[in-house]
Design a protein around this ligand. Structure first.
Ligand code: SF4
Length: 500
């Protein structure tokens, strides 16, 4: 029987901590960061596990350590390289903080993680939770490490009946954890095991919605279980409403290179490369906010904006509803790489190597999925020459020659689309007379299917509306390399036919 003294209370507390750490040692998951004593590797895991689940972190942890095996290696790495290795984990500020923290550790502490709580809190990305985790796991120092799991267990197991609100409850569970780890440590228990035992119990047993109380090693002492309070602890914070922002996003090509902008150093996704994006002005016509943004911010004249699709992405406190537009830009060569401007054009391989935030990766993936159905006309004159037209500069395959034609709209037949497109592009009337061939072509971020028809000219004089010049050529005079790949395939077929 206890006597109600402080010693008696501490004995009870200690008994609970020992039961829990014994359970932890018997049941803990075999996680990669639990197999190492390397302080740097533990630091990486702690930063990675902030806002990321264990399963996801496992996939990134070892490749990241292979790429950056030491704090010195990470400190020396380029930001872009580090972000690339972090791509998909989200919350990229963590990656930048981790790199910066390693630089400070190398410069000020000779590469050793400081064993001092106040010094740790000064490092970028290290808060009270991570500082406690690092000190307890690396140095066996009795500092608590209270994340959401630990808070939940403390809140239920030691349910306090006089907490005012969720914030007050958090402060109180943190104080309890601070006191209990001291008691555990003084009794000879490992601070590392103490903190990890609570994390493990919260993750495996004392789960948010359905705690498995019958499997819990401290069920006999759990206040919430005895009072039936598991469902109402911890107290809930008032949730902030998710704000929806209407955005316009540009897919803008120049010479098979895609425009990306470097986002501001302030605001969402700061410092990353992304598709040009702006918030839509209230009441503006679709696409006009983007056109205005590109003109005022980059001095780029954008033409023919055409809406492609709408994509959504949810950030922590914000949802973007992105209307994605395809557009062309009037560019001079110097515009493409003006270092003073925070935009540039990249080919698909360069884009793969960049760390692009998930919101834009989603847009690019969706863009790549949509097949393009196109028709093109082989219009011959009486001498057997075929009409070809040169594309305007800018846009995908800008300045290339091509056979005139265009996109088949939903519900339209290929023949109807061809007549309409030729009327719009060349101002003449044609009649498709013979289907020649259909070529599939996969280009970066897209699949193109293009059907070629021989067409008879029925009337009108050629006036170009969408090309910079036109010319009549015999198939044998055509150079396939001056045409996009799908057009080059039909040229080769025409030349082969001539050779027969
Ligand atoms: S008994 Fe249930 S509510 Fe209490 S700590 Fe264990 S799992 Fe959580």
């Amino acid at each position: 029987m206890g006597d109600g003294s402080i010693e008696d209370s501490n004995r009870k507390i200690f008994a609970i901590q020992r039961a829990l750490t014994d359970w932890y040692r018997a049941h803990r998951r075999d996680l990669p960061w639990r197999r190492t004593n390397d302080p740097y590797a533990i630091l990486v895991s702690e930063l990675m596990l902030q806002q990321t689940g264990v399963e996801t972190a496992i996939r990134y942890y070892e490749p990241f350590l292979l790429r950056f095996p030491t704090a010195r290696a990470l400190a020396r790495a380029e930001t872009e390289e580090v972000l690339k290795s972090w791509e998909g984990l989200g919350y990229y500020a963590r990656a930048k903080n981790l790199r910066r923290t390693c630089q400070i550790i190398v410069e000020r502490y000779g590469g050793r993680i400081p064993e001092d709580y106040a010094a740790l809190l000064k490092l970028p990305g290290i808060g009270a939770y991570s500082a406690g985790a690092l000190l307890s796991i690396i140095y066996e120092r009795p500092f608590p490490s209270v994340d959401g799991n630990v808070h939940r267990v403390f809140s239920r197991a030691y349910a306090l009946d006089d907490v005012a609100n969720a914030r007050d409850e958090k402060r109180r569970t943190h104080n309890l954890a601070r006191d209990y780890i001291q008691i555990a440590f003084q009794g000879g228990l490992s601070p590392s095991d103490f903190n990890q035992a609570y994390i493990e119990l919260g993750a495996l047993v004392c789960s948010p919605k359905k705690p498995l109380c019958d499997k819990c090693p401290i069920a006999g002492d759990c206040v919430a279980l005895q009072a039936g309070l598991q469902r109402v602890r911890p107290l809930k914070e008032k949730s902030r409403a998710l704000e929806t922002k209407e955005m316009e996003v540009g897919i803008i090509w120049s010479n098979q290179r895609l425009m990306l902008e470097r986002r501001d150093e302030t605001g969402l996704l700061k410092g990353f490369w992304g598709l040009p994006t702006t918030e839509a002005f209230l009441g503006a016509e679709p696409g006009q906010s983007l056109v205005r943004y590109l003109a005022t911010r980059y001095d780029l004249e954008t033409i023919y904006p055409r809406e492609l699709f709408v994509e959504q992405h949810v950030f922590t406190h914000q949802r973007w509803r992105m209307r994605v537009f395809h557009a062309f830009c009037e560019l001079s060569c110097s515009d493409e790489h003006d270092p003073e401007r925070s935009f540039a054009f990249f080919d698909s391989r360069e884009i793969e190597a960049l760390a692009i935030p998930k919101a834009f990766r989603k847009v690019l993936a969706r863009y790549a999925e949509r097949p393009l159905h196109v028709v093109a006309a082989i219009i011959k004159d009486e001498t057997g020459r075929v009409f070809t037209a040169k594309r305007k500069p800018g846009g995908y395959f800008g300045d290339y020659w091509e056979f005139p034609g265009g996109k088949v709209e939903p519900g339209e037949t290929e023949e109807a689309a061809l007549k309409r497109e030729i009327q719009e592009e060349l101002s003449i009337v044609v009649e498709p007379t013979r289907f020649l061939q259909r070529n599939g072509y996969s280009y970066p971020f897209g699949q193109l299917q293009i059907s070629f028809y021989e067409c008879e000219r029925k009337g009108g004089t050629i006036r170009l509306t969408e090309h910079r010049e036109g010319r009549w050529l015999k198939p044998e005079q055509m150079k396939p390399q001056e045409f996009p790949p799908a057009d080059a395939m039909i040229i080769e077929a025409l030349q082969r036919a001539l050779g027969k």
